[in-house]
Design a protein around this ligand. Structure first.
Ligand SMILES: Cc1cc2nc3c(=O)[nH]c(=O)nc-3n(C[C@H](O)[C@H](O)[C@H](O)COP(=O)(O)O)c2cc1C
Length: 147
């Protein structure tokens, strides 16, 4: 039996499968939500790569575009890139910032808490089989923001 599955080939197939999964999931959820909200809805794509405009951002944009296609006049989408932002996860546990330390999470709150936001697609690169530290810090802070 020959094994013609190269790493590059596998990554290509895996990437296509991931993109298809994102597109299908986003489109189905968007369709259901948009039909139950008379004023239309907004879906945010949160990109947790520290590198702006790279592969995670591109993948998210595919999902967002697919969601918008379901009902372009009623579904608004926005890609939010966390690249370049300082988000301190320790604040979620009540540990204060150091004097002079920057924290950009509050600047995201108006966007995150917009009542039109019916869904978020969170995208992260894999870093050592896990989400990026930026993604983890964002999620830690997001939970408190919505509690
Ligand atoms: C610190 C670090 C750790 C990584 N760990 C993994 C890993 O465990 N598995 C993997 O497949 N790729 C790993 N990668 C590769 C990234 O997941 C991959 O390059 C990703 O596409 C980067 O996304 P971006 O282009 O949106 O920044 C790692 C990259 C970095 C910088």
């Amino acid at each position: 039996m020959t094994n013609d599955l190269t790493r590059r080939g596998f990554l290509g197939v895996a990437g296509a499968a991931t993109a298809a999964g994102v597109v299908t999931g986003a489109a189905t959820a968007a369709e259901e939500e948009a039909s139950s909200q008379p004023g239309g809805i907004k879906i945010l794509g949160i990109c947790c790569s520290p590198r702006k405009g790279m592969s995670t951002a591109a993948s998210l944009q595919v999902g967002l575009d697919a969601a918008k296609e379901v009902a372009p006049e009623r579904i608004e989408v926005e890609l939010v890139e966390l690249a370049g932002m300082k988000i301190n996860g320790d604040l979620a546990a009540g540990v204060p910032l150091e004097p002079g330390e920057r924290d950009d999470f509050p600047s995201l709150v108006p966007k995150l808490s917009d009542p039109k936001v019916a869904g978020m697609i969170i995208g992260t690169p894999v870093y050592f089989s896990n989400m990026t530290s930026l993604c983890k810090a964002f999620l830690d802070r997001l939970v408190l923001c919505h509690s």
